[in-house]
Write a protein that binds this ligand. Structure first.
Ligand code: 5RP
Length: 225
């Protein structure tokens, strides 16, 4: 079955968890695009009264264009539920995010949220995270020094580039360094090391954050709790 069809299945199922009057976090990425479309249909059909907080300019533009009410993270006092995509997740619900370079805002929204649901296709459910390159958002000033420290630490860093050879900029105008690790055996240790590095804004290890994973698979949608 096509990967996008599995993403769409998971995305459409996830909006069943949305209830009237919720403050909802909206993630970023191609799976979230399907989710926002499905959410907009429910909002319209059921006249749901929602407030949504977006994790990227892209998601905000889509939500607004579909008539979904949006507020800034600073303008809400809590978030009930956040629905987001992910790049990898293991059986202990430890994951990697940031393939779309939005993990800073995503982590801010996720850690404000009472509940977090991820929507993925089945290929993203893995035994050990790390095959997907781990994104790290860094401040441009001195970023080569941060890169050098990562190299010394054996983390195989690579600045993320656009197709036309420019450094990728996040919504906060920072750079992204992807770490080619193949396997992350000790995610908490790596997360601590990365967080200690001056110049690192946020890394894409999302540990002990997600509560439920909705997985699109050829045999149907599975809900992992
Ligand atoms: C963006 C993310 C995305 O949620 C993640 O990359 C999954 O994206 P997609 O749904 O396009 O596969 O973390 O920063």
């Amino acid at each position: 079955m096509d990967k996008n069809a599995m993403k769409k299945m998971a995305a459409e199922r996830s909006v069943d968890f949305v209830e009237d009057n919720m403050i909802l976090g909206l993630g970023t990425g191609s799976t979230v695009v399907y989710m926002v479309e499905a959410l907009a249909k429910r909002v319209q059909a059921e006249h749901l009264n929602l407030t949504c907080v977006c994790t990227s300019i892209r998601t905000e533009e889509q939500a607004k264009s579909l008539g979904i009410p949006v507020k800034a993270l600073n303008d809400v006092d809590h978030i009930d539920l956040t629905i987001d995509g992910a790049d990898e997740v293991d059986a202990n619900f430890q994951g990697i995010k940031g393939g779309g370079a939005a993990h800073l805002f995503e982590k801010l929204v996720a850690t404000t949220s009472t509940r977090n649901i991820w929507i993925v296709d089945q290929a993203k459910v893995v035994d050990t995270i790390g095959r997907f390159p781990l994104p790290v958002e860094v401040i441009p000033f001195g970023s080569q020094q941060v890169f050098n420290k990562m190299t010394k630490e054996g983390l195989n860093p690579e600045f993320r580039m656009t197709e036309d050879g420019q450094l990728v900029l996040t919504d906060s105008k920072n750079y992204v360094i992807d770490l080619h690790l193949n396997q992350v055996q000790h995610p908490h240790l790596l997360a601590s090391w990365l967080s200690e590095q001056v110049g690192v804004i946020e890394h894409g290890l999302f540990l002990d954050i997600v509560d439920q994973v909705v997985v699109g698979a050829p045999e149907g949608v599975k809900i992992l709790t």
